[in-house]
Ligand binder design. Structure first.
Ligand SMILES: [Zn+2]
Length: 264
């Protein structure tokens, strides 16, 4: 939106009118970022009670920042808090991989459990990293325009940095090539983010985990045969799938912008 939005539209935006579609909301927000005149109009359009509340919140935040001589330490604590929140899920992923390695060592004739669960091992921590139920800052982030995809990628990268070494140890311990465990894992991460734009990342992760478990892991164990899609030869397919899904995530980046509107 290069022209100024109408006064009526700014008023409806200020009131949180549900009739204003998401695309229009984003356009208004993008314009407001660069147009002081329209920001002034927006300030006028907000009802006095809300403006009073915003003023008090702004004063409180400013006072809190001014009173804090240890902001860097707080930031560190906040990061530590986020990591601590994910720790149980990372431990679960690590525990699952350890069990898979032991299973594989004991039952050498069975299909590789490490390869079967590696694709979905990082999905639970990713879901936890982006679930409104485990994240105390979810409401705040959901209200920040365009925080979505960048923050999601940031958190996903953090989860991958923790999970990939676990998978690497499991893969090395059982003698599988990285192409067999890393590529499916990346494809599933990309799939979770792509699907997450539509249904929410936590639901997407859970859905893909259940689908993969029921559709591939259980039949493979029951049939005592590793599916061909997990053979060493199938890596071009996984690379192609990962690239395609990553493209979907980037093209549909706007889906992650306003988490509060359609993801519950
Ligand atoms: Zn303007």
């Amino acid at each position: 939106m290069t022209t100024h939005p109408t006064h009526a539209l700014i008023s409806r935006y200020a009131m949180g009118d549900a009739g204003v579609d998401d695309a229009t909301v984003w356009a208004v927000e993008a314009h407001l970022e660069s147009c002081a005149d329209c920001r002034a109009l927006l300030a006028d359009a907000i009802d006095p009670g809300t403006r009073d509340l915003l003023d008090r919140v702004a004063d409180g935040v400013a006072a809190g920042i001014a009173a804090s001589p240890v902001r860097r330490r707080r930031r560190l604590l906040r990061r530590t808090g986020a990591a601590a929140r994910l720790l149980p899920w990372l431990a679960t992923a690590a525990g699952l991989m350890l069990l898979a390695v032991m299973f594989e060592k004991v039952f050498e004739s069975r299909p590789s459990l490490v390869l079967l669960i590696a694709p979905v091992a990082p999905l639970l921590p990713v879901a936890a990293a982006w679930s409104r139920y485990t994240d105390p800052a979810w409401e705040l982030m959901a209200s920040v325009p365009r925080a979505g995809l960048r923050l999601l990628l940031h958190r996903t990268a953090a989860v991958l940095a923790a999970v990939v070494p676990i998978l690497a140890v499991a893969g090395w311990g059982t003698g599988h090539s990285p192409a067999q465990w890393l590529l499916p894992c990346l494809a599933f991460i990309a799939g979770t983010l792509a699907l997450g734009g539509l249904v929410g990342v936590d639901r997407a992760a859970l859905g893909l985990t259940v689908t993969w478990s029921a559709g591939v892991v259980l039949p493979s164990l029951a049939g005592n045969r590793l599916p061909s899609i997990l053979n060493g030869d199938s890596w071009p397919g996984w690379v192609g799938l990962t690239l395609a899904l990553t493209a979907v995530v980037l093209v549909r980046a706007a889906d992650h912008n306003r988490l509060g509107t359609d993801q519950t």
